[in-house]
Design a protein around this ligand. Structure first.
Ligand SMILES: Cc1cc2nc3c(=O)[nH]c(=O)nc-3n(C[C@H](O)[C@H](O)[C@H](O)COP(=O)(O)OP(=O)(O)OC[C@H]3O[C@@H](n4cnc5c(N)ncnc54)[C@H](O)[C@@H]3O)c2cc1C
Length: 410
């Protein structure tokens, strides 16, 4: 078995295939301790089942898109390439599609926590996770009420949530300033103390059990009959494969297209700043729902992140966005020490309807796809690995896999 991509989804697929007794090789152009899966906000966001495309969002889009440091920004040079993706995004905003999207995400999220716990136990790393829930914070009553329906939907899918007034907010997070007026608390959420430590430990575990890690920048795929026979790397180097699982994150569309499986995937670029000495005691992961950013207390500091920049795979990062997130945080925590931060950008692999691709190739007998996990790649990684292993083994996973197919737009 060859897994292309050593991000968290590739590692999770490799883990699940190894558990099935298969020999696995992982191919990537870089080391596992680098890239999008290592610098994210660290959440197992089991309650986050509301797709970004939702009815009425188009009303907010013009204002958001025009603000260069706002939560959602479109680089104009990238606009022509974004059109097919955006068309599907607007389709996903239809109420019926949106509700199907919630159900499809909930089916994966409902299995996410148990799959993380099982892997952490197996690799002896339970202490990497903090299982103390999360807060969603609102500045205004208007925003709090506007999100009531999201919370009803979450609760209808089994999420436990408690609304909070200002006193309730302070009980959980005493250092949040007066702008944090209202909120919700849910225990159905956990966060890693450092996602990079998880990725590194998992890679070490796989290596120790015989998984081979090979470096190669894959530019082509060699086919024969109805299968892929080899990956083509730098200088025409050929790497033979028997069965291939493509987990190349935001880059996966470039490869799937070569196999006759085009899919509209976009790099949804997210930013953060990690403050080494924030000078305040933030105890939970906190989502500031109205301002679209999150805060995670990690072992190396307080990570403040968010932002969606649709700018393609190759544009240089604009770290003004990391700085803008810190300014937003200061609004909620006036005492925050913002000095000495480390800025970071990662490429979320974004599908138009927020539903990942976990699918066999309809055209190529020995290829499966696992990509497009957007804002929830860490959360859904291990359930994805398990589903891929089930598909390859021909086992019934108990999950209807139709919503995750690569040919969903055909
Ligand atoms: C700011 C931010 C915060 C986030 N917070 C969270 C969170 O709290 N919880 C959560 O669940 N998710 C979060 N995410 C999302 C999560 O990080 C991603 O969904 C996840 O990392 C994607 O993992 P992946 O393995 O699919 O892709 P990647 O980690 O991008 O891995 C893909 C790999 O494929 C390799 N590759 C691609 N093409 C080729 C090629 N041609 N040849 C060789 N190698 C190739 C790349 O080198 C890369 O290593 C966040 C993302 C960002 C940006």
């Amino acid at each position: 078995m060859t897994v292309l991509g050593n991000g968290i989804v590739g590692l999770a697929c490799a883990y699940a295939l190894l558990e099935d007794g298969r020999a696995v090789t992982i191919i990537d152009r870089g080391p596992p301790d680098d890239g999008t899966s290592t610098g994210n906000a660290g959440a197992i966001a089991a309650a986050e089942m509301i797709p970004i495309a939702e009815p009425g969002i188009w009303k907010k889009l013009p204002g958001m898109l025009l603000d260069p440091l706002g939560p959602l920004y479109l680089r104009l040079a990238h606009l022509p390439k974004l059109v097919p993706w955006f068309y599907r995004f607007l389709q996903a905003c239809r109420p019926e599609d949106h509700h199907k999207g919630i159900a499809a995400l909930a089916a994966l999220l409902g299995r996410s926590m148990e799959t993380h716990l099982a892997v952490l136990q197996r690799i002896g790393a339970q202490d990497m996770l903090r299982r103390n829930g999360t807060l969603f914070i609102y500045r205004t009553e208007e925003a709090f009420k506007a999100e009531a329906d999201h919370w009803r939907q979450r609760m209808a899918h089994g999420i436990d949530a408690t609304p909070l007034d200002r006193d309730g907010v302070l009980e959980h997070e005493p250092d949040l300033g007066p702008e944090a007026r209202l909120g919700y608390f849910t225990p159905d959420w956990a966060h890693y103390r450092d996602p990079k430590v998880l990725v590194t430990a998992l890679a070490d575990h796989l290596r120790a059990r015989g998984v081979l890690f090979e470096r190669a920048e894959v530019s082509g795929l060699e086919r024969s009959g109805d299968g892929v026979t080899a990956l083509i790397a730098e200088g025409g180097r050929r790497i033979a494969v028997e069965h291939l699982v493509i987990c190349a994150g935001a880059w996966s569309g470039r490869l799937s297209k070569q196999l006759g499986d085009p899919f509209p995937i976009e790099a949804d670029r997210g930013y953060n700043t990690t403050l080494p000495e924030p000078g305040v005691d933030i105890r939970h992961m906190v989502t500031f729902a109205e301002d679209n950013f999150v805060m995670t207390p990690m072992q190396m500091g307080l990570r403040i992140g968010g932002s969606v920049e649709m700018g393609g795979l190759d544009a240089t990062p604009n770290y003004q966005r990391s700085k803008a997130l810190v300014s937003l945080a200061k609004r909620y925590i006036p005492d925050l020490n913002t000095t000495g931060g480390t800025e970071w950008m990662g490429h979320r692999p974004g599908t138009p309807n927020s539903i990942p691709v976990i699918s066999p190739s309809p055209h190529v007998g020995n290829v499966h796809y696992a990509f497009g996990h957007g804002h929830l790649g860490l959360t859904m990684s291990f359930v994805t690995g398990r589903l891929i292993a089930d598909m390859i083994a021909g086992r019934d996973s108990g999950v209807d896999m139709a919503p995750y197919r690569i040919d969903r737009y055909r």
